[in-house]
Design a binder for this molecule. Sequence first.
Ligand SMILES: C[S@@+](CC[C@H](N)C(=O)[O-])C[C@H]1O[C@@H](n2cnc3c(N)ncnc32)[C@H](O)[C@@H]1O
Length: 227
Amino acid sequence: MAPGRFNDTPPPSHWPSEIIYLTKPRLSARFPPSLTPLLLPSSSTTVTTFAPRPFKHPSHLTIKRVVDKSHPAFGQFGLFANKKIKDDELVIPYLGVLHVTLAPVDDDDATSTVATEEDEHSSSDYDISLLRMSASDPRNPFGADGEKGGRHISIGVDAAQMGNAARFINDYRGVRPSGPNSEFRMGRGEGGEARMEIWTLKGKGGVGKGEEILVSYGKAWWGARKG
Ligand SMILES: C[S@@+](CC[C@H](N)C(=O)[O-])C[C@H]1O[C@@H](n2cnc3c(N)ncnc32)[C@H](O)[C@@H]1O
């Protein structure tokens, strides 16, 4: 096995053997070093390197095969609470490979939407957006005035090949008519790094013992996958 192809620690129960288990995010091999400062707190003088600390799998979360035939993800996995999780509480960070897409600004119309570059993550069902930065943003090293000029930046987290239990969180559609019980939020790890997290929704009573953690992937996610 090549270096980096190992689990960070022994994975939780029901973890599929073909997926690498992570306790902290990994930068993709092609992640431009000039972009790592974007993952760090801009005001901090204490955090200057990308040094995520490990996040241990919460013992009150269980990965389980979906056995309910009426569940649209029947036969797949889901993430369940084996103890009540309170309202407005961090459930788990979403860990995976941090990767970058640089999209050229449309020369004819700089304000139009630009096509993203195809890469290995573009068709992943486990890829979520972490950070987007316009080419016109002065902090963008690939921006219009930067050394390479004219690229929008998009940083994503892909858990298709490696990740933690958050990769098993399903969408509420067809499962919970009253809507999701949790949501994605931007957050920071203990090492100060930007990360996506899943939190129970505020004012909705939390997630009960035995319940599945369910978020909304968003209309755009489903729209992009309609046949
Ligand atoms: C991030 S994964 C979620 C974990 C997945 N169930 C597994 O076992 O790996 C996203 C995939 O789960 C399935 N999925 C999640 N929520 C769904 C829903 N509400 N309806 C149908 N499929 C769903 C789809 O196959 C989707 O591509």
